[in-house]
Write a protein that binds this ligand. Structure first.
Ligand code: ASP
Length: 341
């Protein structure tokens, strides 16, 4: 059978096997997929499989991996109808968002999936995820880089890992699912990326210049050690900060160290984006006096974006060679339906 789908195996639980120190990635996944999916493969699109070397637990993901994925997609883009990226669940929300920004309204179906229990172990969720991903990857154009997980298709730029234990491991708390994969799969075409969203060839992304450490995340908590601020300010390689604020976007406005941090970050050309640390909702600048000064100090609103999406969007903007002014200008672009307008 001619292969319609290319599976890129990066590692993660789905392809892991038990070892002396716990679950670890293992090559040779094609054979295990053939064993576990068995005769169902006859009714599914044919696939080729490539494994990145080394396979990783996704806790080790870096922007260089996103670029490697883009390069692999670019190399094989014309040959396959769709692509499945097998990835660990721990940082899936980051990688899916990164690819969503890279590809926009993708010309080819690009689907992430993984599992909570490795393929081949009892009660694994991997078989259902692989079967659904294969069908969707070779099906009609989806436009969104998406995640197939636990009978749902979710927008890749809106994801959060919400459980380390349940099969319901992912959600898009500020966006409805793109499809529900019940006995009859229901695709909500009106929720897919619209015509206004541009598509980008993975070749463009492969040529970007992602810099490790270019973006920091700062999750606010009561009584921040000032040394945390100092470390970010002193790092000239760190060009942007995702500030995970309280509730509707509030910050410790009575703390002089925080105030000095925001002023000095701006003076050093570091872009600061404000997102909420709440699981659901977004920031509403101006609602509380405790966040009143932020906009005037140049802090950008992340709206209802996830911290993962804000982090990856900043990385993507910087990887395109933009200076501070250009990152600030392009922050408002809607690249992948990553925030509610
Ligand atoms: N530690 C694993 C990973 O992210 C977890 C998983 O895949 O579920 O690679």
């Amino acid at each position: 059978m001619t292969a319609e789908v290319l599976i890129l195996h990066t590692g993660g639980t789905i392809g892991m096997v038990p070892g002396p120190h716990g679950l670890a990635p293992a090559p040779g996944l094609r054979q295990r997929i053939e064993q576990q999916l068995g005769s169902s493969l006859q009714q599914l699109p044919g696939f080729d499989l490539l494994e990145i070397d080394p396979l990783i637990d996704s806790a080790n993901i870096t922007p260089a991996h996103w670029q490697q994925l883009a390069a692999l997609l670019a190399e094989h883009w014309e040959r396959y109808r769709g692509f499945i990226i097998l990835h660990g669940t721990d940082t899936m929300a980051y990688s899916a968002a990164a690819l969503a920004f890279m590809l926009g309204a993708s010309e080819r179906n690009v689907l992430f999936t993984g599992s909570q229990v490795p393929l081949g172990l009892p009660r694994s969720d991997a078989v259902a995820h692989l079967q659904a991903a294969l069908q969707l990857a070779a099906g009609p154009r989806l436009r969104n880089v998406s995640l197939v997980f636990n009978n749902r298709l979710l927008n890749g730029s809106r994801l959060r890992k919400v459980s380390s234990q349940q099969f319901h491991a992912f959600d898009t708390p500020n966006a409805a699912p793109l499809a529900e994969l019940n006995i009859r799969p229901q695709l909500y075409t009106e929720r897919l990326l619209g015509e206004a969203i541009a598509s980008r060839h993975p070749r463009e992304a492969a040529a970007l210049d992602f810099q490790p450490g270019a973006v920091a995340m700062l999750c606010l908590h009561p009584s921040m050690p000032p040394a945390l601020y100092d470390a970010i300010l002193a790092d000239s390689n760190c060009k942007a900060v995702v500030l995970q604020s309280f509730g509707a976007g509030n910050v410790p406005s009575r703390d002089p160290a925080f105030d000095a941090f925001i002023k000095r970050a701006g003076a050093r050309g570091k872009v600061v984006v404000n997102v909420t640390q709440c699981l659901q909702g977004g920031i509403s600048p101006g609602t509380y006096a405790a966040s009143a000064g932020l906009q005037d100090q140049g802090v950008l609103s992340g709206g209802d974006m996830t911290p993962e999406a804000a982090f990856c969007k900043l990385h993507w903007l910087l990887a395109g060679g933009r200076d501070t002014a250009a990152v600030i200008r392009d922050w408002s672009l809607n690249l992948s339906d990553e925030r509610t307008i």
